[in-house]
Design a protein around this ligand. Structure first.
Ligand code: SAH
Length: 233
C-alpha cells in the first residue's frame, strides 16, 4: 500500500463498498450532497468535453455524475472493492468510465498536466499527509485547469456536528468514520493549495439541517466546505 494511505481507512470503505449506491445506506450523505457539489463545479468550469480525474472516487458517485455532464472521467482510489462497485455501476448505467487502483502521487508521476479538472472530495480527512495529495492534484492539472477539494473543518462545532451529531446522535455515519484530528481547516487547506502552486478562487460552505434533512451551499464553512482553485498558466 502507498505510504500516504491509512490501511484502516481504506478497509473501512472497502467493508461498506457493496452499499455504495444505496441512497439510504452509510453513503447517503454523499448522495445527498452530490447534486450541490456537481452543480457548483459545473458552474465554475462547464464539464462538457473536459478531461477530469476524481481522486478518491470511491464507488463513483461524483465521477459518474461528472461523466453524465459530458466529461471524460478517470476515477482513482486505493480501495479495490470500491473501484469494482464503481466499475460495475458504470457498466450497468452504460457510462464510459475509466477506474484505476493507483495513488494520486503515482498517477501524478504518470499523467502530469493532463487534466482540465481535478476533484478530490471527502478524502483529505482520511489521509496521513493531505498536503501531498494536494501537490499530486496540482501536478495532474493542466496549466489553466481547475482543482476542487472538499473536506471537514476542524473546530469544536465540526467535532460536535460531524462526529458526535452524525455518528452518535443522528447515526448518519458508522461510529469511527471520522477522526477529528485529521480534519483540515480552510486556512490549512488554502496554504497547502498555494504551496502546491495553485490559486484559491472560492471557498464554499455546505450545511446540513437535521430537521429538514436538507443540505445547502452557503458562506458557512464551519463544518463541511469546498474550495475551488486554478492552476496558473
Ligand atoms: N470522493 C468520493 C468518496 C469519498 S469516501 C465522494 O465524495 O463521493 C473517501 C474515499 O477516499 C474512499 O473511497 C477511500 O477508499 C478513499 N481514500 C482514502 N484514502 C485514500 C488515499 N490515500 N488514496 C486514495 N483514495 C483514498
Amino acid at each position: 500500500m502507498n505510504a500516504n494511505a491509512d490501511p484502516h481507512e481504506i478497509q473501512k470503505f472497502s467493508d461498506l463498498a457493496h452499499r455504495w449506491w444505496d441512497p439510504t445506506s452509510e453513503f447517503r450523505p454523499l448522495h445527498d450532497i452530490n447534486p450541490l457539489r456537481l452543480e457548483w463545479i459545473n458552474a465554475r468550469v462547464p464539464l462538457h468535453g473536459r478531461k477530469a480525474i476524481d481522486i478518491g472516487c470511491g464507488g463513483g458517485i461524483l465521477a459518474e455524475s461528472m461523466a453524465r455532464k459530458g466529461a471524460d472521467v478517470t476515477g482513482i482510489d486505493l480501495s479495490e472493492k470500491a473501484l469494482k462497485v464503481a466499475d460495475l455501476h458504470s457498466l450497468e448505467a452504460g457510462m464510459n468510465m475509466r477506474y484505476e487502483l493507483i495513488s494520486a502521487e503515482d498517477m501524478a508521476a504518470r499523467e502530469a498536466g493532463q487534466y482540465d479538472v481535478v476533484t478530490c472530495m471527502e478524502m483529505l480527512e482520511h489521509v496521513p499527509d493531505p498536503a501531498a495529495i494536494v501537490r499530486a492534484a496540482a501536478a495532474l492539472c493542466k496549466p489553466g485547469g481547475r482543482v476542487f477539494f472538499s473536506t471537514l473543518n476542524r473546530n469544536p462545532k465540526s467535532y460536535l456536528f460531524a462526529v458526535i451529531g452524525a455518528e452518535y446522535v443522528l447515526r448518519l455515519l458508522p461510529k469511527g468514520t471520522h477522526d477529528y484530528a485529521k480534519f483540515v481547516t480552510p486556512a490549512e487547506l488554502s496554504q497547502f493549495v498555494r504551496q502546491a502552486g495553485l490559486q484559491v478562487d472560492a471557498v464554499k460552505g455546505m450545511t446540513y439541517n437535521p430537521f429538514t434533512k436538507v443540505y445547502s451551499l452557503g458562506s458557512n464553512t464551519s463544518v463541511n466546505y469546498m474550495i475551488a482553485c486554478t492552476k496558473p498558466l
